[in-house]
Design a protein around this ligand. Structure first.
Ligand SMILES: [Zn+2]
Ligand SMILES: [Zn+2]
Length: 250
């Protein structure tokens, strides 16, 4: 959500809870209450602070979804889309994880009951085998759910990486002269410097892939040239090479 002038205008001058002054982004310097639009969660739309999380880097204090810490520039729509998809992967991974745990528990219970029943009765060997096999079904279900949880966690991580990459590009682009140090990025996004360095490396790699004018021009020539011309050019190059080889021969 882009903070408009109107939104900034409605922001109070001081904290309504403790009357202490607010910082540039609208967070109370004393009690930590948030008032600025920069703190608007793109997932639950509440004005809410972020807190560190081991799996999500940062999460919303209100909805628990993944967040990018507020910066001078607002979270872009692309970042918000990625955060939303990370959030749905997070919820799915959690559901399958819980399902997997529940299936293991019921599997253990059914195995115990089956064993007790088999101990006190003397069924035919085939019936015994079938009963044991049936009690293993929950374990198979648990394995299935565990694997689904794992694949959703992978999708969650990949969406988060992309969201953070976009956030790093946005913050780096807003730096004076387009150059940003890892320290500055680490401070702006509240991350460790080693992670900031990695993100900056990714951003500059992306810039490099998009930027080189020379390479782009060459690609355009190849795209626009007639296939016939290209073949002729290739043949000419080959002939030149052959001529070079033959002249080099003693
Ligand atoms: Zn306050
Ligand atoms: Zn939220």
């Amino acid at each position: 959500m882009i903070p408009t002038d109107a939104a900034l205008a409605t922001r109070p001058e001081a904290c309504s809870a403790c009357n202490a002054p607010l910082d540039a982004l609208g967070r109370c310097t004393k009690c930590g209450a948030v008032f600025g639009e920069a703190y608007r969660c793109p997932l639950c739309h509440a004005l809410s602070d972020v807190e560190p999380s081991t799996t999500l880097y940062y999460r919303c204090r209100t909805c628990g979804g993944p967040r990018i810490p507020p910066t001078e520039s607002p979270v872009s729509e692309a970042e918000a889309v990625l955060l939303r998809s990370a959030r749905s992967e997070q919820l799915r991974a959690g559901a399958f994880q819980a399902g997997s745990g529940f299936a293991v528990a019921s599997g253990v219970l059914s195995l115990v009951i089956t064993s007790v029943v088999l101990m006190v009765t003397t069924p035919a060997p085939f019936a015994k085998f079938a009963a044991l096999l049936a009690s293993l079904i929950p374990f198979a279900l648990s394995l299935f759910a565990w694997r689904r949880a794992k694949s959703h966690r992978t999708a969650l991580r990949s969406a988060l990486q992309q969201a953070w990459f976009l956030a790093a590009s946005r913050v780096a682009a807003s730096a004076e002269g387009g150059q940003m140090s890892a320290e500055a990025l680490a401070k702006a996004l509240k991350i460790e410097q080693t992670r900031a360095e990695l993100l900056l490396a990714e951003v500059s790699l992306q810039d490099f892939v998009q930027a080189p004018a020379e390479l782009a021009a060459r690609m355009r020539v190849t795209e626009l040239a007639e296939p016939g011309e290209l073949t002729t050019a290739a043949q000419a190059t080959e002939a030149d090479a052959a001529a070079n080889v033959s002249t080099r021969k003693p």
